[in-house]
Design a protein around this ligand. Structure first.
Ligand SMILES: Cc1cc2nc3c(=O)[nH]c(=O)nc-3n(C[C@H](O)[C@H](O)[C@H](O)COP(=O)(O)O)c2cc1C
Length: 364
């Protein structure tokens, strides 16, 4: 491994040099001008961590429990589509790293490897990310396959009923390569677009025609015993509605700035969502996690765990499974160091009282 890799940002710099520019733009970019991608990192930088001194940390650990399932750390690998874009083994290599570092992994509906093969590499802590399909039978077929393969939760992504304006990737000329496909979906999954009448909208009566609604979540809850987590919640009212419907947990997320832009960051809305759902309701969050201290900030704001997105692909591009394992090791070590220095031997010691808003720095 290249000795210059000391933190996750080093992986990004190396990946940027190694990947075709259009592929890098596709991964790094967001919707519109990328303002929400930038906001995610900026939001985390607003905080300082207040340490408490002379705390006995000898029994310290980062262990957490999510919906009754034990995790060695409060970080999971976010669902990322088409991982073979950056490495021939794609999701299989990522899963090997997750297993080696005892880290939870959420496998995307748009994975470029069979969901069963990825599950085969992961003895535990594997969740499946579900995009509800235009045909209900296609959705149920994915659910049954995820159940049989041993996935222990379904993460239903609800913030991307249509693809956002990916101007940065478009400008760079990104095209999906013909050999990197969503292998878990049927080749013909279009329900067939009906011809639009004059005056109808390509978005509302076109792309959104088969987009899921609350009714689909209600129906899905009746179809499976797996816990259902909704990913992409940013409003306290939606969070409460989801909890009341019987959803088991939420991911507070703006999809890494790739869906609605501008939209709030998870950092901004997490405290009000925590308040809305209550202390014990499982809440995960993502966007911009690049340091162990970022994980700490999210936990202090009310998350039980965080998801790590883009750094997976950067590390995978640089050094395959070994790269992803190194990336996970770095962020895990950083979290442990941050907790030790802050005087928080366990995740439950990390509270809002440990955060201070940064003073606004005078402009030079
Ligand atoms: C290249 C790329 C592909 C993604 N694919 C999916 C996906 O298939 N399903 C999903 O729910 N989220 C997807 N996301 C969003 C991530 O799961 C996650 O919410 C986001 O990347 C977190 O922000 P971060 O990259 O700053 O860590 C994708 C994000 C990126 C960058």
């Amino acid at each position: 491994m290249d000795p210059v890799v000391t933190c996750l940002a080093d992986f990004e710099a190396l990946a940027r040099g190694a990947l075709p520019p259009a592929t890098y733009a596709h991964i790094a970019g967001g919707s519109a001008d990328g303002q929400t991608v930038d906001a995610n990192t900026a939001a985390l930088k607003q905080f300082r961590i207040v340490s408490r001194i002379l705390v006995d940390c000898r029994d310290g650990s980062t262990r957490v429990s999510l919906m009754g399932e034990a995790f060695a750390h409060p970080m999971l690998l976010a669902p990322l589509s088409y991982q073979r874009l950056v490495h021939p083994e794609g999701e299989i290599a990522t899963a090997q790293a997750a297993d080696a570092l005892d880290t939870g992994m959420i496998v995307s509906t748009l994975a470029s490897q069979p969901l069963e093969a990825v599950a085969g590499v992961l003895p535990r802590n594997k969740w499946f990310q579900l995009y509800l399909q235009a045909r209900w039978d296609d959705t149920i077929s994915l659910v049954r396959r995820a159940e049989s393969a041993g996935y222990t939760a379904l993460v239903v992504t609800v913030d991307a009923p249509v693809t956002g304006m990916r101007n940065q990737a478009e400008r760079a000329g990104f095209r999906q390569p013909a050999d990197v496909v969503a292998v878990n979906l049927p080749a013909t999954r279009d329900v067939g677009q009906i011809a639009l009448e004059p005056g109808q909208s390509r978005v509302f009566q076109g792309a959104m025609l088969h987009a899921p609604t609350w009714e689909a979540i209600r129906r899905l809850l009746g179809e499976t015993d797996l816990p259902i987590v909704l990913k992409g919640v940013l409003s306290a009212a939606d969070a409460r509605a989801a909890r009341d419907l019987g959803v088991s947990g939420l991911v507070v997320s703006n999809h890494g700035g790739r869906a609605l832009a501008p939209s709030p960051t998870a950092v901004e809305v997490l405290p009000e969502i925590r308040q809305a759902v209550g202390e014990d309701f499982p809440l995960l969050a993502d966007g911009g996690v690049r340091r162990g201290s970022d994980v700490f900030v999210y936990l202090a704001l009310g998350a039980d765990a965080v998801l790590i997105g883009r750094p997976q692909l950067y590390a995978l591009a640089v050094n395959g499974a070994l790269g992803v394992a190194r990336m996970l090791r770095l962020v895990r070590d950083e979290l442990e160091l941050t907790m030790a220095l802050a005087g928080c031997p366990s995740v439950s010691d990390i509270g809002i009282d440990r955060l201070r808003h940064r003073e606004v720095e005078p402009s030079s």
